[in-house]
Design a protein around this ligand. Structure first.
Ligand SMILES: Cc1cc2nc3c(=O)[nH]c(=O)nc-3n(C[C@H](O)[C@H](O)[C@H](O)COP(=O)(O)O)c2cc1C
Length: 346
């Protein structure tokens, strides 16, 4: 069943490689590559980034005015989101054969500059990255139930290698009992988050129907009842009532029934680690997309600080958990909106 968005600016998804200015200047080419960077996922679809042409270089910057102070008080997920956008940019420049040199956090006095991209005359052909290009416009977060089928070992191995190639560690949760234990932690985290009116207000403000270029618009009818709170419950209900029990039960069931849960972690827990986590996330997501799989996020046990350590012990992770994904194959889902390129590329 094809689903459509009830609202939202989807123009950004129509970007075509044929529009690439092959005879233009390097900066014109780089600007075109940014159109692919902004298709990255971001927490609550805040799109907390902007891109600045500064002389002969391109800066990838965090936009902290788009932060989520309640669920993300240290901008951890915000920087992860910027990392995902940076990875898309790397894939796009690899595809268009634009040699780049990238320095992360290049200015200690400018913590919002996540990366500085410069353009040397030559560089290696990055075939592995270029091969992921087509997946950028195909990827979408899929919060629906996945088909009840096992995931092949070779695919799971490709996911692990994708994350590790970016310096991100992976814990795989495949067994029924292990999934049920993690699902219980997710449900506990949901209940704690929804107990807090500040959490509910923040969530509601990003699914508000007045948003058209960001946030998570309500989807049209047609999704199964237990898919996701953004579709099931209107923003006003989320803001006003503690619907934690229902959401917890729905997410617990989704996690139990997903064939594969993947936790991503990093050895450190700082700005660099978060930017790395975002790049590892997006590399894994594009590899999954290429293989016909999709993913959605069950990060709540990482967002609730007391539960983050419990999740790490449950999964015997040595580093810091950054993201928890469910991965599988499911029905097609609609794209989410993006801000116009002119709003984010200066
Ligand atoms: C760091 C990060 C955290 C996220 N956390 C959640 C989450 O907890 N629940 C959820 O449903 N989606 C989560 N998402 C997915 C975003 O809501 C999604 O990427 C955004 O709405 C844009 O939609 P798209 O991925 O389909 O392009 C997260 C994404 C990122 C990058």
């Amino acid at each position: 069943m094809e689903l459509t968005l009830s609202a939202g600016n989807l123009a950004a998804w129509s970007v075509e490689p044929s529009g690439f200015p092959a005879t233009g200047t390097t900066l014109e080419k780089a600007r075109y590559a940014v159109r692919y960077a902004i298709l990255a996922p971001s927490s609550h679809n805040t799109q907390p980034w902007h891109f600045v042409i500064n002389g002969e270089e391109l800066l990838v910057c965090a936009d902290r005015t788009r932060s989520l102070p309640n669920i993300d008080p240290f901008d951890r997920e915000l920087i992860i989101s910027c990392g995902a956008a940076l990875f898309n940019l790397r894939v796009a420049v690899a595809n268009f054969n634009i040699p780049v040199a990238i320095a992360t956090f290049p200015y200690s006095a400018e913590p919002d500059v996540m990366a500085r991209v410069t353009f040397p005359d030559s560089g290696p052909a990055l075939k592995d990255l270029a091969a992921l290009f087509d997946a950028i416009t195909k990827r979408a977060t899929n919060r629906g139930p996945f088909f009840a089928e096992d995931v092949p070992d070779a695919f799971v191995e490709r996911l692990r290698l994708a994350a590790e190639a970016e310096g991100v560690n992976v814990a795989l949760v495949r067994g029924l009992i292990a999934r049920a234990r993690v699902a219980a932690l997710i449900a506990e985290a949901d209940q704690r988050q929804f107990d807090d009116p500040r959490f509910r207000r923040e969530l509601a403000s990003w699914i508000h129907s007045s948003r058209s270029s960001d946030g998570m618009p309500s989807l049209s009818q047609g999704l199964p009842a237990l898919t996701d709170f953004t579709t099931k419950i209107a923003a006003m209900t989320i803001r006003t009532f503690d619907v934690g029990n229902g959401v917890a039960a729905a997410h617990e069931q989704l996690a139990r029934r997903s064939p594969l849960l993947v936790a991503l972690s990093t050895p450190m827990d700082n700005n660099e680690a978060w930017l790395t986590a975002g790049q590892g996330l997006q590399r894994l997501l594009l590899v999954a997309t290429k293989d016909g799989y999709s993913a959605s996020y069950l990060n709540q046990a990482i967002e609730v600080s007391e539960l983050r350590g419990r999740l790490a012990s449950e999964l015997q992770m040595t580093g810091y958990p950054q993201l928890l994904l469910r991965v599988g194959r499911g029905s097609a889902v609609p794209r989410s909106p993006r801000r116009p390129i002119a709003d984010v590329l200066w």
